[in-house]
Design a protein around this ligand. Structure first.
Ligand code: STR
Length: 420
């Protein structure tokens, strides 16, 4: 791997920190190690030390603590030049000025318009479009199935990946012709196999693309959220071009990558728990429950990078020192026994609801796209199983490969048979 920070060090030489493996395949083992390391665990990310939160209750507390900020300049390692743009995960933090990277009153200014556009009520307006995309992609799936000699199709590339791209593309006003380019670039952005120079280059190309789109929408506003962000004036200062670009790329990256994981992980969980799938298909348990349990049990985001302490923060007997970086390990939080019971590691849609997971975060930065992803997943799953009730995996579960991605939980492909 082309990565200067990836010096493999064992636990003894780094003060007992859990070394997060960029090529991780066994996420359950990693999650268990983190859970065992305590509520606030020391980790190492490609040679860079950080703390991570592995418990629901502590995350709930720290995610509303104003002493933890998103501003990269508050990071001691960054100030001292010990972390630079050579670090492969820097793109997860240094993502331009947007609602993802700013706190406080400025954050509200950057975020309000987007969250207003994504309320459940507003989303009812785009439901028919999501249903139409879903139907078209299911036709494509059926066609692929007929063309394929052994009947095997990749549920990811034909269905679960293009659907969120189309939805977020429509919402933000990104032409369909650009979707393959965007999907290809984001795949390379997240992959740990991509050399860092290549990742920096593709991010620069994306910035050029988004800036051109924002200029076009400034000249000719249309009925999309990008235009609304440009025109927004209520609540003070209008957003700058840089801020609109930042929000736009955050929306496209987040809306696309995380929803793929949600849809695929739900299908996989149901296919490996056929007794539970039966209950859903018989109408005993609603799709909403499947979605919430999937969000808890197999989170699309494994680790969220990063917040920085602006002063020392006492946490039990431990201290987050001023300048230290704090990650939130959402997968470990979803498997927290104190929150979800001793059977937290089991996928069980019959557990007492509501399932109080924290997969969309908490506090001011709570995912503004949560309702959108739920609507998308609800439509996608019910339509998929409605059309192909005999759907099954074409390979054994342990043959499904995870993408080599450190922060996200996404499959390389999901080969399925459509007709049992
Ligand atoms: C990817 C690169 C980019 O250009 C902009 C962003 C900002 C939003 C980030 C996104 C990133 C990575 C995936 C994130 C998303 C917000 C939600 C999503 C972290 C850094 C999650 O995985 C929860």
């Amino acid at each position: 791997m082309n990565c200067p920070h990836a010096a493999a060090r064992d636990a003894a030489s780094n003060g007992g920190a859990v070394v997060i493996d960029p090529m991780v395949q066994d996420l359950d083992a990693e999650t268990a190690r983190l859970r065992d390391a305590g509520p606030l665990a020391r980790i190492e990310l490609l040679g860079v030390p950080a703390l991570t939160v592995t418990r629901h209750a502590l995350a709930r507390q720290l995610l509303v603590d104003p002493r933890l900020v998103k501003d990269l300049d508050a990071w001691g390692l960054w100030q001292r030049g010990e972390v630079t743009h050579e670090w492969p995960l820097i793109g997860m933090i240094d993502a331009g000025r947007s609602m993802f990277t700013v706190d406080g009153a400025e954050h509200r200014r950057l975020r309000t318009k987007t969250s207003q556009a994504l309320t459940p009520r507003r989303l009812e307006e785009i439901r028919p479009a999501i249903e139409k995309f879903t139907g078209e992609l299911l036709d494509a799936l059926a066609e692929e199935g007929e063309k394929s000699e052994d009947g095997v199709v990749d549920l990811k590339s034909v269905f679960a990946q293009p659907l969120p791209m189309r939805v977020v593309g429509m919402l933000m006003g990104v032409d369909e012709a650009e979707h393959p380019m965007l999907m290809k670039r984001y795949k390379a952005f997240f992959s740990m196999l991509t050399p860092q120079e290549e990742r920096l280059a593709l991010l620069a190309e994306l910035d050029v693309f988004y800036a051109a789109l924002v200029r076009e929408k400034t000249a000719r506003p249309t009925d999309d959220l990008t235009s609304a962000l440009i025109l927004a004036e209520e609540g003070g200062e209008p957003l700058t071009e840089e801020e609109v670009v930042g929000n736009l790329k955050a929306m496209v990256a987040a809306g696309h990558e995380t929803t793929i994981g949600l849809i695929l992980n739900a299908v996989r969980a149901l296919l490996t728990h056929p007794d539970q799938l039966r209950k859903v298909l018989d109408g005993e348990i609603p799709w909403e429950t499947v979605i919430e349990e999937t969000l808890r049990w197999d989170t699309p985001t494994t680790h969220l990078l990063m917040r920085f302490a602006t002063e020392d923060i006492q946490v039990g007997d431990d201290v987050i020192a001023k300048g230290e970086g704090v990650v939130i390990s959402y997968r470990a939080i979803g498997r927290d026994i104190e929150q979800h019971g001793t059977d937290a590691d089991a996928f069980d849609i019959t557990r007492p609801s509501p399932i109080r997971h924290m997969t969309f975060g908490h506090g001011p930065h709570i995912c503004p796209g949560a309702a959108l992803s739920r609507v998308e997943a609800r439509i996608a799953l019910s339509a998929l199983f409605g059309r192909f009730p005999g759907l099954r995996a074409a390979v054994a579960d342990d043959e499904i490969r995870k993408l080599p991605v450190m922060t996200q939980n996404d499959m390389a492909a999901f080969p399925v048979l459509l007709h049992g």
